[in-house]
Design a binder for this molecule. Structure first.
Ligand SMILES: Cc1cc2nc3c(=O)[nH]c(=O)nc-3n(C[C@H](O)[C@H](O)[C@H](O)COP(=O)(O)OP(=O)(O)OC[C@H]3O[C@@H](n4cnc5c(N)ncnc54)[C@H](O)[C@@H]3O)c2cc1C
Ligand code: HEM
Length: 399
C-alpha cells in the first residue's frame, strides 16, 4: 500500500466517524442476506442490538486512524483473533467480508467503484485481513498441537447440571469422543454452539470456564437471561432446557483475560453478577496450586438468591488464609449475613485492596467495569495492572 493510498484511507476517518455505523449496519444486512449460512456464527442478538456493529465500526476506524503503523493495534487484533478463532473463522470468510465491505462503501458512501479511494480501501482491507489471518493461523496451529487440543468445533456431552443460584446453572461438559481435552488458563472462555429451532440455524455464545483446568471436563456456569422489555436470551434459555446427555458443539479455550498460574502476583478480583465465573476459575486454580497467591475477591449481586457458588466461596473464605472475600448485595437478606448493603464501594476497603504488585481483574456488566476501573485508578492503581472482560462484544476502551 503506497503513501497516497494511506492518505486516502485516513481522509475517510471523519466520514467513518459520522457514517461508520450506518455503513456497517448496511454491510451486515448485505452480507447476512447474501451468505445466510453466516447466521450460524454471528450472534443474532448482537446484530439486533447493534453491539456488533459498534465493535466492527470501532475496529475499522482504529485501523484507518493507525494505517501508518497498525502494529500499535496488536493487542486489540489479538483479542479479536481470540474471538474469531473460538468461532472457527476461516481465511475464505475474509474474502466474503471484504467483498461486502467494499461494496457497502461504494453503495452507502456513493463512491465510484473504480476510484482511487476504493482501490485504497481494498488494499487496506487486504492488508488488515492478512495480518489477522496470520494471527489466527498461529492460534489455530497452537490449539491443534496442544495436548488434547483441537481446531474448530468438537462435540461435547452434558455430563452433569448443577443449580448454583436461582438463575445460574453449571454445565459439566465432556468430549463425546472421550479423548483428552486441552488445558486452559483461569479466566479463559469457550464458545458453545447449539441449534435453535425457532431461528432455523445454530447460535454460538461464549462462556467463561468456571472451574480450574482439569483433564476430565469443562465447566461453564450460565445465567438464564430473562429479557424483561426485550426477548428472553436465546442460547442461555436453550441451555437451561438441556438435559444430561445432550450434545453441544464446543471450541477450544481462548481469551486474553486470565491469571497466569505461574505468576506470584496477588490477585484482586472484582465481579458483578454472573461476571463471577472467571473469578471462580482463578480461585479454584489457586486452591489447587502448590503455592497460593494472596487473593481478595469482591463480588456484588442483587441479593443472596442470585449469588452463585455462595457456600463454596464462604467455606473457602473461612478455611483459607490466602483468600479474603467481600460480598455486596443490593438487598440484604432478613437472616444474619456478612454481606455489605448496596453497590461496591472500594473506598470502604481500600487498605485491603491496595497491595504491592497486585493484578486487578474486573468482570461484570459494562457499567460495573467502568465504575470499578475508575475507582481503582482513582485509588492510584496503575492502569496496566487492571484487566477486564465484557460478556459481549468488547466495546469499552479504558486502558
Ligand atoms: C468472553 C465471554 C464470557 C462469557 N461468560 C459467561 C458466563 O460465564 N456465564 C454467562 O451466563 N454468560 C457469559 N457470557 C455471556 C454469554 O455469551 C451470552 O451473551 C449470554 O448467555 C446471553 O446469551 P443469550 O443467547 O441467552 O441471550 P441473547 O439472545 O444473546 O440476548 C442477550 C440480551 O439481549 C437482549 N436482546 C435480545 N434481542 C434484543 C433486541 N432486539 N434489542 C435489544 N436487546 C435484545 C436479551 O433480552 C438479552 O438480555 C460471556 C460472554 C463473553 C463474550
Ligand atoms: C478485517 C476483518 C475483520 C475485522 C476488523 C473484524 C472485527 C471484529 C471485531 C472488532 C469483533 C468483536 C470482537 C470482540 O468483541 O471480542 C469481531 C467479532 C466477530 N467477527 Fe470479525 N472481523 C473481521 C473479519 C471477520 C470475518 C472474515 C468473519 C467471518 C465471517 C468475522 C466474524 C466475526 C464473528 C462471528 C464475530 C462475533 C460476533 C458476535 O459475537 O456478535 N469477522 N470481529
Amino acid at each position: 500500500m503506497n503513501s497516497i493510498q494511506k492518505e486516502l484511507v485516513k481522509s475517510t476517518v471523519p466520514i467513518l466517524k459520522t457514517n461508520g455505523n450506518a455503513l456497517i449496519s448496511y454491510f451486515y444486512q448485505r452480507m447476512l442476506t447474501n451468505s445466510p449460512e453466516l447466521k450460524n456464527i454471528f450472534n443474532m442478538a448482537n446484530q439486533a442490538s447493534g453491539k456488533q456493529h459498534n465493535a466492527l465500526t470501532g475496529a475499522v476506524l482504529a485501523y484507518a486512524e493507525n494505517i501508518d503503523d497498525p502494529s500499535v493495534l496488536i493487542n486489540t487484533l489479538k483479542s479479536i483473533g481470540n474471538k474469531h478463532v473460538s468461532l472457527n473463522i476461516t481465511p475464505e470468510q475474509y474474502d466474503i467480508v471484504g467483498t461486502h465491505l467494499i461494496n457497502s462503501i461504494i453503495e452507502v458512501l456513493g463512491a465510484d467503484a473504480n476510484s482511487d479511494l476504493i482501490e485504497a480501501w481494498t488494499c487496506a482491507y487486504n492488508e488488515l485481513a492478512s495480518i489477522m489471518i496470520g494471527i489466527e493461523a498461529a492460534m489455530y496451529e497452537k490449539n491443534s498441537q496442544k495436548k488434547g487440543g483441537w481446531k474448530g468445533w468438537r462435540s461435547f456431552k452434558i455430563a452433569k447440571i448443577v443449580s448454583e443460584s436461582a438463575e445460574i446453572n453449571s454445565f459439566y461438559l465432556k468430549p463425546a469422543d472421550e479423548k483428552e481435552i486441552a488445558d486452559f488458563f483461569p479466566g479463559q472462555y469457550i464458545s458453545v454452539s447449539t441449534y435453535i429451532p425457532e431461528l432455523g440455524h445454530k447460535q454460538p455464545r461464549q462462556y467463561s470456564l468456571s472451574s480450574n483446568s482439569n483433564n476430565e471436563f469443562y465447566r461453564i456456569s450460565v445465567k438464564k437471561e430473562t429479557g424483561q422489555a426485550n426477548p428472553d436470551g436465546i442460547v442461555s434459555n436453550a441451555l437451561h432446557n438441556k438435559k444430561v446427555g445432550d450434545e453441544l458443539e464446543v471450541s477450544a479455550p481462548a481469551g486474553l483475560f486470565y491469571a497466569d498460574p505461574e505468576s506470584k502476583n496477588p490477585l484482586v478480583l472484582l465481579s458483578g453478577g454472573v461476571g463471577l465465573t472467571p473469578m471462580m476459575s482463578m480461585v479454584e486454580t489457586n486452591k489447587n496450586a502448590l503455592q497460593q497467591n494472596p487473593t481478595i475477591w469482591i463480588h456484588s449481586c442483587r441479593n443472596e438468591n442470585v449469588h452463585a457458588f455462595k457456600d463454596t466461596i464462604e467455606e473457602l473464605n473461612n478455611e483459607k488464609t490466602w483468600l479474603k472475600s467481600y460480598v455486596f448485595y443490593e438487598t440484604l437478606p432478613d437472616t444474619q449475613t456478612n454481606a455489605f448493603e448496596g453497590r461496591i464501594d472500594l473506598q470502604q476497603i481500600k487498605e485491603d485492596i491496595l497491595i504491592k504488585d497486585a493484578k486487578y481483574y474486573i468482570c461484570g456488566p459494562a457499567i460495573f467495569i467502568k465504575v470499578q476501573y475508575q475507582s481503582l485508578v482513582g485509588l492510584g492503581v496503575d492502569r496496566e495492572n487492571i484487566l477486564y472482560e465484557e460478556f459481549g462484544p468488547q466495546l469499552l476502551s479504558l486502558n
